[in-house]
Design a protein. Structure first.
Length: 367
């Protein structure tokens, strides 16, 4: 049933007469204790039955609610410091906090239901929300290699977001006159944009069908498709959050990817100081203010510390995604990926096996 005042799902075992309504904080904490994982089931739905679209929505909702909870907490703290009454903010904060916890519970069930979710949560730094985000956004049947995932997640530095101006100039360079591209011209455009021709063709077709503008290989359709963001922004955010989590766990003795981040950062610092990134630094120097800390690094041919941190973090996340792909591929097809991925380290390439894999319980679930 639903509490008529708060809109919170309650288990059927709740005795409303036992609830103490005299204090709002106590009342809401009582509600939290009575919320059960089968609340959705009693409403005719279950976290185990959520579609990928629903999980994606829940993950996005979780982060939205989380930001609201942080905002309200700051407001309550500010009012408390001024000895101002914060009863209403406090009440709303408790309600938002309950919602955040509920969504996390449902996502935990959804993640644990999937074998790839079980493996992901075996990794320190990957909780149910991040795990659910990966399984909801990535379709392993459309990712024969981890490179497909890296691109989809916006972790391929060679893949630029062109925007309308650059996309228009690029297409016009191939077809200065005329309204429709030939197949050969389209392939040339794809190569210039550093896109796979087959993938770009699908995107153009989907755009043309959604706008119902007839022939799909028109200059207008190709330009508008190339103008769009070439990666999934929500998945990129999840990757960023995973990276931040790895950084936080890097000092834990059982950590894996945080240690990868730390080791990679040492290497990145050494390469930066040796001038390996001078060309990048020179290109960026003119794009920032001379009074900024970033310019101080660029002006001497080095990347700033924040950039080095991001590079090391991205390396750790890409390795995790490579392992995620390996495990998901084996779960889906019963065999490892046909070509093992390699990552460059110290000028050498190494194959690094996924940690915590195989997992006996997961393999039993798959079989």
């Amino acid at each position: 049933m639903v509490d008529k005042d708060t809109g919170v799902w309650l288990s059927q075992e709740v005795d409303e007469d036992s609830l103490d309504y005299s204090d709002l904080r106590t009342f809401q904490l009582q509600l939290v204790k009575r919320i059960t994982k089968d609340a959705f089931e009693k409403a005719g739905a279950s976290p185990t039955d959520m579609s990928k679209d629903e999980i994606r929505f829940m993950v996005a909702s979780y982060y939205g609610v989380q930001e609201l909870r942080k905002l309200l907490n700051n407001r309550v703290s500010a009012l408390s410091k001024r000895d101002d009454p914060a009863t209403m903010f406090d009440f709303i904060f408790n309600g938002v906090d309950i919602t955040e916890k509920n969504i996390k519970k449902f996502l935990a069930v959804a993640s644990a239901t999937h074998p790839i979710g079980q493996w992901a949560e075996s990794i320190r730094g990957i909780g149910p929300v991040i795990s659910a985000g990966f399984l909801a956004h990535i379709d392993i049947t459309k990712a024969p290699t981890v490179g497909h995932i890296w691109r989809f997640a916006g972790m391929d530095p060679t893949l630029d977001w062109l925007g309308k101006e650059k996309a228009t100039a690029l297409v016009n360079s191939v077809l200065p006159r005329g309204a429709t591209l030939t197949d050969e011209q389209f392939v040339e455009v794809a190569n210039l944009a550093n896109r796979r021709a087959d993938a770009l063709m699908t995107q153009v077709q989907n755009f043309a069908e959604s706008t119902k503008k007839g022939s799909y290989l028109t200059k207008e359709n190709v330009i508008k498709t190339l103008s769009k963001r070439p990666y999934n922004a929500d998945l990129k955010l999840i990757c960023w959050k995973a990276g931040e989590s790895f950084v936080k766990t890097s000092n834990h003795p059982q950590d894996i990817y945080g240690h990868v981040y730390a080791a990679r950062k040492v290497l990145e610092i050494q390469q930066n100081e040796a001038g390996a990134y001078k060309e990048q630094a020179d290109a960026k120097a003119s794009k920032v203010g001379r009074s900024t800390d970033a310019y101080k690094s660029y002006s001497i041919g080095q990347l700033p510390p924040a950039h080095i941190h991001a590079r090391a973090k991205r390396y750790a996340v890409k390795l995790f995604l490579a392992h995620w792909h390996h495990v998901a591929f084996e779960i889906e097809y019963g065999t490892p990926p046909p070509k093992p991925y390699i990552l460059n380290q110290d000028g050498h390439t190494h194959y690094i096996a996924p940690p915590n894999w195989p997992m006996e319980n997961v393999l039993k679930t798959v079989k």
